[in-house]
Ligand binder design. Structure first.
Ligand code: AHR
Length: 838
């Protein structure tokens, strides 16, 4: 028999003992140098109806298409097969109509989730009808006809199966209209996937012609996670049905029209400081006509029309404005409402309401705030009272739009800001502009940059906020996630987010809030690559990124303390091709020459070897000219060799448009590399940007610069060992260095427990031993708590079948002192909680 020690490899044994290798580096934590307060608002959540996050997810309704509205087409939209096409609205930035191919998925099922089976007799049919609307806002009902005496089973699949559990109760509510005197009887059933009856209840139908509502409790005799809801009809005639709803009796806090308990508890466990609602792109709609209208999301759920939302399915909006505010109150979070500013999604159709209609949208936002905060005597707060909540709700933030930008947005933001602040000065208002956006408004409380990136990007961005200017604004990172090259979301991605968060937490004087996105995914309908929490009909699982979020929220110190970390770094290798472009700008380029590290030069022939990527490009008289019709224009120099360290020189002239020049280098594997954006951000700023898929985050360091039309500019970019230097007319303008850092640390002090909290990310395959010096502490307890998140393989992912593959492990460490060595495990996030008096 092997002993425990015989089973362990040497590094593993070292880790078991805490630290035994020689320290490779040193962390100095100076408790006397107090940094920013780490606000309780820092870690929150962002709900959006995407991936069936609400319907078929957090919202506990078990019937899909309960109101038979799922095939209703939004105003102005057109269906062709399995595609829905938006109307030809005008994009307010480009002036152009949507590309004719811009289409979204559409179900070809005429009556999604419902089916009719003839059990006896013949000729039975079901069809949608708007003959006798139950509610004017929900005009569609289902008409079931049995032309001759017979028996049918009308079934609903739920959201990829209904979770029915033995001895549990379910609340049924549905409506029938016995228009053509259906003569017969009905039976309500819950049926397992194998046909087993889990519940069977006869129902006496009212012979009345007008709508009649039934409600009652069903108790399940067995368990099946993939059950169906069935109404069996036996007889002859026609029956209308509408709003067929089934809820588990047990919901989160047992609220009516409530939330699925396990999912809500998984969110609550994150201790979110705030909840953002309703989105995301759904706020804007593909076009304005299918935006979320909050007023249609309150009141009796049977009267809510729902909406075909941006993510390709119709949502009931059962988890509406009231339910969102109630959830905030239930979990002790603050509410953040995102309003529409009269702009459709700019990444899709980008329509804008006429200026004279902006006041309608401002008033709509003010009404939403009144609903939440009014004293019960005002128009909309009275409705809140009618809906069962006399006291105000904890609404604290309003985001003015979602992912909007450009001159139209900037003006609208300022109008909304003034109108909301005049009535509700206590609210924090958020602009959707990213870094630097604070300069583009008259006044701004917070800006909201978003990042969906690769692990490399976040591993390289821990210092991003160290270099942001301080001023009269704060930052809310409303959406961020590693969602490229990480499968469904693996440990590497989670550690990259953890590394990024060390920079967020260290800069909490500026960054006051952050929320990962998207939050929820029904595994049967993933429409976004990586999402924090997965579930199916009966299981829920937090991915490794969820564990990171939780670890940061659970280990948030009261304030930061100065932490110096000296570690070995490696230069970044930049290698790839060169490209030229413009954003909403027409440019000419000439005299492009590359000087390689060995002194050789490669001169470009502007008429050959260029591959247009976007926009229209013409060559002539030694120049290459880029123009519209779209916003982006760029062209790749298809050289046989990829350039590493080199010096790139060229001449550029702007002929028309909004900004300046885009000069790409190190381009590889499609959209990956770097760009020098000269006169970007509304022709005001020049900075290097990383190109990471469709993301182009700014690399720290920028200068103010305005590009004039008609003038030839002499540009040079030196690329050397990860250092980029930009020269204009031979004068150095900007320099920045990219480092390959793989280990990250942030620390702070928790006043409530008297502990120093050190968070450390080791993003390498080696264990990493460092000495830790605690300076200016009066005492340190030897024994303390350690939480480690790691796994055998950095590519490991949690799944519903293996939800704890990447899971935090708690242990006790007996070696803390004013100076101690610690070995961090490969590919890990570690939290050290050290009892210390300071
Ligand atoms: O989180 C998914 C989407 O990403 C959000 O709807 C949108 O705001 C962003 O583009």
């Amino acid at each position: 028999m092997k002993t425990l020690h015989q089973n362990l490899s040497l590094p593993a044994l070292a880790l078991l003992l805490g630290a035994c290798s020689q320290p490779e580096a040193q962390i100095n934590i100076d408790a006397a140098q107090r940094g920013a307060e780490v606000p309780s608002s820092l870690y929150g959540i962002f709900f959006e109806e995407i991936n069936h996050a609400g319907d078929g997810g957090l919202y506990a309704e078990l019937i899909q298409n309960r109101g038979f509205e799922d095939s209703s087409v939004p105003e102005g939209y057109r269906i062709e097969g399995d595609k829905i096409y938006p109307p030809a609205v005008c994009n307010h930035l480009t002036g152009s109509k949507p590309h004719p191919d811009l289409a979204f998925r559409w179900t070809t099922d005429e009556i999604p989730a419902w089916s009719l089976e003839q059990l006896a007799g013949e000729g039975a049919t079901m069809q949608l009808t708007t003959e006798y609307p139950l509610n004017s806002a929900t005009p569609t009902a289902l008409k079931v006809t049995l032309p001759v005496q017979g028996r049918v089973a009308l079934s609903n699949t739920g959201f990829w199966g209904i979770n029915i559990e033995k001895n549990k109760s379910y609340f049924l509510r549905f409506n029938t209209s016995n228009g053509n005197r259906f003569d017969g009887k009905a039976t309500i059933k819950l049926v397992g996937a194998d046909g087993t009856e889990l519940c069977n209840r006869p129902l006496a139908l009212d012979p009345d012609k007008s709508w009649c509502q039934y409600s009652g409790e069903l108790v399940a005799a067995g368990t099946d996670h993939n059950a169906r809801f069935v109404i069996e009809l036996e007889g002859k005639g026609t029956l209308l049905l509408d709003y067929v709803s089934l809820f588990p009796a047990e919901t989160f806090r047992n609220r009516e029209n409530g939330l699925r308990k396990d999912i809500a508890e998984t969110l609550e466990a994150m201790r979110p400081a705030f909840v953002r609602w309703p989105g995301g792109c759904v706020v804007e709609g593909i076009t304005l006509s299918n935006r979320i209208k909050w007023k249609e999301t309150i009141g009796d759920p049977a009267t809510r029309p729902g909406v075909y939302d941006t993510w390709g399915y119709r949502t009931t909006m059962g988890f509406g404005y009231h339910e969102f505010l109630q959830f905030c109150e239930d979990i002790g979070a603050e509410g953040m409402f995102v309003c529409n500013v009269g702009l459709g999604c700019q990444g899709r159709a980008g329509d804008a309401c006429p200026e004279e209609e902006v006041d309608f949208f401002i008033n709509d936002a003010l009404d939403a705030i009144d609903y939440a905060l009014g004293d019960g005597t005002t128009a909309w707060s009275r409705k809140r009272v009618e809906n069962g909540h006399p006291e105000p709700f904890p609404l604290k933030y309003v985001e003015i739009g979602n992912e909007n930008w450009g001159p139209v947005y900037e003006k609208r933001h300022d109008k909304f800001y003034k109108a909301i602040k005049a009535k509700y000065p206590q609210l924090k208002l958020i602009s959707t502009l990213g870094l630097g956006g604070q300069h583009r408004h008259e006044k701004v409380d917070m800006i909201d940059p978003h990042w969906y990136v690769s692990p490399e990007f976040f591993f390289a961005s821990d210092k991003l906020f160290d270099q942001q200017e301080r001023g009269d604004y704060e930052i809310y990172i409303g959406e961020y996630a590693v969602n490229q090259n990480v499968g469904g979301g693996n440990l590497v991605g989670a550690l990259a987010e953890a590394a990024f968060l060390t920079g967020v937490e260290r800069n909490s004087d500026l960054v006051k809030m952050a929320s990962y996105a998207p939050l929820l995914e029904n595994v049967n309908d993933r429409v976004w690559p990586t999402n924090l929490i997965w579930f199916d009909s009966h299981r829920v699982m937090g991915r490794s990124s969820y564990q990171v979020q939780k670890m940061y929220a659970e280990n948030r110190p009261s304030f930061n303390v100065a932490t110096a970390f000296e570690q070995p770094t490696h230069p970044v290798e930049v290698r790839g091709r060169i490209a030229l472009g413009g954003w909403n700008t027409d440019n000419e380029y000439k005299d492009l020459k590359v000087t390689l590290a060995d002194g050789r030069t490669v001169e470009a022939d502007m008429t050959q070897s260029w591959t247009p990527q976007e926009g229209t490009w013409t060559a002539g008289e030694g120049t290459l000219k880029g123009s519209g019709p779209g916003v982006m224009r760029w062209i790749l120099w298809s050289t046989p060799e990829a350039f590493g360290d080199c010096s790139i020189s060229l001449k550029a002239r702007k002929t028309a448009g909004a900004e300046g020049f885009l000069i790409y280098f190190g381009m590889h594997d499609g959209l990956n590399g770097y760009v020098l954006n000269i006169g970007g951000w509304g022709n005001q700023t020049t900075a290097f940007q990383r190109i990471d898929g469709n993301d182009m985050p700014q690399i720290p360091n920028n200068i103010s610069q305005h590009v004039e039309e008609g003038r030839w500019y002499d540009i040079r970019i030196d690329v050397k060992g990860g250092k980029f230097t930009y020269y204009l007319d031979s004068k150095q303008m900007l320099e920045t260095t990219i480092e390959n850092i793989q280990r990250y640390v942030v620390s702070g002090y928790d006043e409530s427990t008297g502990e120093l909290i050190v968070k450390f990310v080791n993003a390498t395959e080696e264990p990493f031993t460092t000495s830790v010096n605690l300076q200016n502490v009066t005492s340190v307890e030897r024994k303390g708590k350690v939480v480690t998140l790691t796994s055998n393989d950095p590519k490991d992912e949690n799944t519903l079948d293996d939800p704890k593959k990447v899971f935090p492990r708690e242990s006790t460490y007996n070696g803390f002192s004013e100076r101690f060595d610690y070995t961090f495990e490969p590919w890990s996030l570690t939290v050290l909680r050290i009892k210390a008096e300071i």
